[in-house]
Design a protein around this ligand. Structure first.
Ligand SMILES: NC(=O)c1ccc[n+]([C@@H]2O[C@H](COP(=O)([O-])OP(=O)(O)OC[C@H]3O[C@@H](n4cnc5c(N)ncnc54)[C@H](O)[C@@H]3O)[C@@H](O)[C@H]2O)c1
Length: 411
């Protein structure tokens, strides 16, 4: 009979060493990605400069809303598959590094590469030529090639890939495993390693060149942003003509396949769509006129609403209740939310602006829903959270640009 072999030390080390590290791993993109890879049995190291986020995550609690994430987090923590560090030296020896840090635009609406440069300046000493570095943040076209040259100039030649994140915030756990993954890389070897790696979670990979993949991501977001702008402009046009936009909208769509893709009107904002449209605009020498126009329309919607309300109501004597301060329904993310732009503009026009949201945390101005309901004379549904569906507004006007509950007033 063959003797049972003792587990080797090498094997024990392999199961405890990280298979990959996620840079920015406590963020909205990084953490769900970490969970999905850990859920597939990989050992994942979460590296983030914001180590204040770690204690909560280590307790099995998500720092933001993400469907299906909390049970998966608790499961992979219990399995010992998720580890945390704010010390970049822990990244050396980890074979795969995925970068998911924020890529904001600056005050001139131009891409700000400084964050990416600072990030890599800190990581370079711990990057080796054997590692696969995967850029996943949404980047300005050409960034992957720039990063390759930048690392080379510092004597580092890791395999380099760009594999954009295309999830809808809040649905990452499901979508990461459902949709094809676009992959690109600066060498065939890097491309094949990235392909094999993402096939652990995604059903299919689609190979592109780095700049094609960078464009693909930016085109996706700009396309959506422009679609929302069209709906918003049609809404404003119909509303200004004294018509109920949604009677027209429903008639246009009923049993008419060509219009099924048209979205409803609504605040189009959040951390990605405007920013990414502006990245393309900057790339195209400010001649991406559709993108610019979409920005004027979408960002102009709160101004339009305020103007219409000022003409129709005695705003200086009215308290306005803003319902939903997150950038979209069923989200706790207030980043770049147009609800806050509306609040700012209305504060100068109305007697008082009261705000509420069942999910957003950290905004000390927020009031309980009951208080806003009791004290407001007029309501604006900014983010159509389900909590607002069956409310009794007692005959007071409700502005519902989304037509979420069919209670909207023409203003
Ligand atoms: N939020 C989305 O739904 C979404 C979807 C697709 C793509 N993206 C893109 O993904 C990227 C990240 O977006 P996000 O919403 O997750 O941002 P986020 O701010 O939620 O997360 C970024 C994380 O990176 C960390 N970080 C910043 N600089 C760092 C550094 N130098 N080293 C280590 N950690 C660092 C931050 O502390 C934060 O935890 C952006 O490029 C964004 O455009 C976002």
């Amino acid at each position: 009979m063959k003797a049972m072999s003792k587990p080797s030390t090498r094997r024990t080390q392999k199961t405890t060493a990280a298979d990959l590290v996620i840079v920015g791993g406590a963020g909205h993109v990084g953490l769900p990605l970490a969970l999905v890879f850990a859920g597939k049995g990989l050992n994942v190291l979460v590296y983030d400069i914001n180590d204040q986020a770690f204690p909560l995550i280590k307790q099995g609690k998500m720092p933001f809303m993400e469907r299906g994430a909390a049970p998966l987090l608790q499961k992979v923590l219990a399995q010992g598959r998720l580890h945390f560090t704010a010390n970049q030296s822990a990244l050396s020896q980890v074979p795969i590094m995925i970068v998911t840090i924020g890529t904001p635009i600056d005050e001139f609406m131009n891409p700000n590469l400084q964050g990416m440069r600072d990030c890599f300046d800190a990581l370079l000493p711990f990057i080796s030529n054997e590692q696969l570095v995967i850029l996943r943040s949404t980047v300005y076209p050409g960034t992957t090639d720039w990063l390759g040259s930048y690392m080379e100039a510092h004597g580092k030649h890791p395999l380099l890939a760009f594999c954009p994140e295309r999830i809808m915030e809040g649905y990452a756990i499901e979508e990461l495993q459902k949709f094809p993954q676009i992959i690109s890389a600066t060498t065939p070897e890097a491309l094949e390693r990235a392909a094999g790696f993402f096939l652990k979670i995604a059903p299919e990979v689609i190979r592109l060149k780095p700049m094609e993949a960078e464009f693909a991501k930016l085109f996706c977001n700009s396309f959506r942003y422009i679609q929302f702008a069209m709906a918003n402009q049609f809404y404003m046009m119909a509303n200004s003509a004294g018509l109920d936009f949604y009677r027209i909208f429903q008639a246009m769509k009923k049993d008419y396949p060509r219009m099924q893709g048209m979205p409803a009107a609504g605040f189009s904002a959040g951390p990605c769509l405007l920013k990414d449209t502006m990245q393309l605009t900057a790339f195209y020498n400010n001649e991406f006129s559709l993108g610019y126009t979409a920005m004027l329309v979408n960002e102009g919607l709160p101004l339009y609403l305020t103007d219409r309300l000022a003409h129709q109501y005695d705003l200086p004597n009215l308290r306005v209740g803003l319902m939903g301060m997150a950038f979209k329904a069923n989200s706790d993310d207030p980043r770049s939310s147009l609800s806050y732009k509306l609040k700012k503009v209305l504060t100068f026009k109305a007697k008082e602006v009261l705000t509420t949201d069942p999910f957003v945390r950290g905004d000390t101005d927020l009031k309980p829903l009951s208080e806003v309901l009791e004290h407001s004379d007029l309501f604006i549904l900014c983010a159509p959270h389900p909590q607002y569906k069956d409310l009794d507004f007692k005959g007071r006007p409700v502005v519902d640009i989304w037509n979420a509950y069919g209670k909207g007033a023409i203003i």
